[in-house]
Design a protein around this ligand. Sequence first.
Ligand code: PLP
Length: 402
Amino acid sequence: MNASTFTTRFRAAMMPTVPSPLAMLSHGKGARVWDVEGTEYLDFLGGIAVNALGHAHPVFTRAVSAQAERLAHISNYFASEPELALAERLTRLTGGDAVYFTNSGTEAIEAAVKLARRTGRPRILSLTGSFHGRTMGALSLTGKPVLQDPFRPLLPGVEQIAPTIAALEKALADDVAALVVEPIQGEAGVVDLPDGYLAAARELTSRHGALLILDEIQTGIGRTGDWFVYQAEGVLPPGAAPDAVALAKGLGGGFPIGALVGFGAAAQLLQPGQHGSTYGGNPLATAVAGAVLAEIEDAGLVANAALRGAELRAAIAGMASPLVAELSGRGLLIGVVLTRPVAKEIVAAAQERGLIVNAAAESRVRLAPPLIIGDAEVAEFTEKFAAALAAVAASTPTGATA
Ligand code: PLP
């Protein structure tokens, strides 16, 4: 099926919420996908930081079919072994105390908003430039007016502040229920927080009795070279933890699931009947997520994310492209910060060469490959990305700056 055919079908049958798809994909294996015409791509977007084990990993496919044959859905009137085992694994990995399961990231944030409301305090703070999801509560936290404006009025009491420690000091007071923060702003194009931000946020929220809620939906589950960014050395003060962490994306490795993990008293704020979901915590999703997490642990993929991330950074630096200003992010969540607003051109040039990368912002290319990549994928990426950068550098004027 050629591009004009699937684009026509897409436009006719789908609500126009996204621009035209870049390709129509048919199948994948490992870090590779193929389109319906048989063209092969190295997938360095991984379903936007979702496909932790790549595509069609045997652990993933076996977990889906084995659990589907046994018990897929039961409602939250009942418990199941996969659900409890995943909750126990997540409390161990996060250091948290109790888990609420959802079907997506935005729903994990909705649960966080309700947790914050349960403090009885009126204000919730989030950061400008942030992305927390598209349902109305999460959208109210998402610090992008272009996404928020068509849907006003939003949730009352939610405010965006600049991502600086000075803005945090000014905004925090005893009427703040929670501060919700992404440790790295993924959708903004892999934008790092200022040094010491999360440590200061922990100190200031504690001082004012407010919750610190981390949105690790994109950064979590090993992607950054630690299981979660807040566990990396020096990010929080020694021994400190957040009050809640929102998860999704890599948690299911491609199966839709999200979670809110509560720590200490925050883990008990939602009382029976105060929140729920028909599908949340269903045996199928939780069995697959459990298998994905077990494989990440058993195969040492968190350490692999750190190693391969360092290799990719060194490779991109070695390209010495005039288009690359600097690199942001951690591990296998990498932002290539450009000297010119040509991210879309680079994405197109890469795709022509059989490489999928993402234009998260006009001047930022995002890389979020599967955690399973090895020497072959790093080498292939290096060759194709260097060629794409060179082609764009040769074809765009040098005068404009980002
Ligand atoms: N929070 C962050 C940091 C995200 O990156 C995303 C999705 O990109 C979300 C929340 C929303 O997750 P979902 O698309 O699963 O609703």
